[in-house]
Design a protein around this ligand. Sequence first.
Ligand SMILES: [Zn+2]
Ligand SMILES: [Zn+2]
Length: 672
Amino acid sequence: MKLRAMARVLTMVMATMGASVAVGSSAEARTRTRNVVLFVADGLRPSSLNPTDAPTLVRLQKEGVFFGNSHSLYPTVTTANASALATGHQLGDTGDFANTIYDGSQVINSGTPFIEDDEILAELDAQTGGNYLGEKSLLAVARADGFSTAAIGKVGPTLIQDVSQGDRSVKLPATIFIDDRTATGKGVPLDPAIAVALTAALGSTTPPARNSKPPTRDDNGYSGTSQTPGTRVANVRQQQFLTDAVTKVILPEFKKRGKPFVLVFWSRDPDATQHNQGDSLGDLATGINGPTSRSAVHNADDTLRRILEAVEGDRALAATTDVVVTSDHGFSTISRRDVDAGGHASQSPSTKRRAPDVRPGDLPPGFVAIDVAAHLGMKLCDPDRVAIGLDGHSGYVPVGPDEHPSLGNGLIGPSCIVEKPHDGKVIVAANGGTDLIYVPDGDAARIADVTTFLLGQDYVDALFVDAPPNVVPGALSLRDINFVGSALLPAPSIVVALKTFSRDPHDPIGSQVDVSDTTLQEGQGGHGSFGRADVTNTMIAFGPDFKQGFVDHSPASNADLPVTLAQILGLALPSRGRLRGRVLAEAITGGPTAVSATCGEAVSAPNKDGLRTALHFQTAAGVRYLDAAKKFSGPIVWGDSFDALPCTRSKRGPKATTKPSPKTSPKPSPKP
Ligand SMILES: [Zn+2]
Ligand SMILES: [Zn+2]
């Protein structure tokens, strides 16, 4: 019997018993068993949901709750959203501001660590008392309450679901983690009994690698070069192993234990394949809408189908298990040259460099760091290449005039020597569609100088600074984007949203292009920007506690899901910070049809050239949902898709978007 039918039977049975299935209170929820499967399809766009590529998702979309006004948290990157999905808090509380960060020290071998890595997460935990997020996660709370817990899938966001279990002081985590690093010596320890069961069922405890040596176009991890297209296969091999681990080992083990469970599956596809696909080298028109990207959507759908079959094939599980699907962020096609739909190429000074691995005229990886270093007249150093013996000191490799930082990150200062205190005056952490800039000494004049310089660059779309509103003309404040909270890790001084544009006005989201600070090529895929295609994620909820055949038009985000699931499971999710998501009551059986939402806008003061950063957002139940941000030189016009958002505008009428709504903007910036 299908899950939906089981749920209906359960509803009838409970109705006869005089009980209610509505999730009214935690106490009520504790009287019955509930399990949760949270399935994250990394980088899945709602526009990918069609019956050919995604039959399972389309079925759940129709039969369960589809969130038609859903949000990734900005910056629209993986670990930032993983932190929200784990804890129910926005980034100002979790401190996970992006995948590549600067935390004031060298972490393992980088001054700008890429934190999709179990060892680096353990290091961040060690620096912050055992949990770098500073908030308890849903998995941690469920585990402490006697639930069985597991997180399976892509390395990084998987461990983040219960990250304190990856702390080196934990000899054997009670949560089961299986990711790319399992049993390689660089992963989180695995329960020996689970390891034995994995070996018996699958012949190994380690998922297959995504690349052979040397990699070819038939390896999913192969990203190609500026001359050679990337992969032509989805991440099928690895994902099959991880799915088998769930259906053949984890779910049977949970059933044997007889306790309720929370299981997170983090599907690397379609993200991995959309990034690396070789369908469209140098071709913005095909971009991430080619056959290889579509096969990755199908791969994620097939993974979900198999997990769902394991749940629905068991009557007891089907009646007690809620399945929530989300994506951490949307996706766009990468531009390394054009900065608008008219085909105008960036005039950045960095495009004059001639690195052998960069197509002549392209923005090289690290173009923000290169331009900022030149503007400041300081040395550019590569924080991902450690150098020993710089004048007898240790430091980072200097970046030469026809070179670029290896991964796009830059440490900028009078020298490349790194000793305490180090010489880095400005650190750039590249994150695809957004770069984070840190000014460790907090020099307000330098922050303002770098911000003003970047505002004039053709590849910049919006700027946010660690300063009170209107102190730096042209930029909004970090507070405007929910960056100011109880975070343990340092916040950046400047957030640089890179340019996005749409190639097709009739399909602005499906044809979005992101100027990206990345080592990937034009025509491949990326995200991280403040454009609608990256902010719009995919959210679906399905199972005994959710409405059936319901489209939820109220604003929702990844930070709302753990808060909602905690209520359904009858768990109290404690909070340090106040940037918390809301319970999506309108999606739950017996809940209201909608919550009231207002549209708001924050607009910076203009700089001397009349440039302003503007942010569009919605507010519901005290939560601010960020829709998009852009740089404007004239009147602020968001366009039809924003006008169509189901939120109440100020009394000036449906298109009066140029004024901040006094009700919804806690810090309305004065309009010039
Ligand atoms: Zn992702
Ligand atoms: Zn990605």
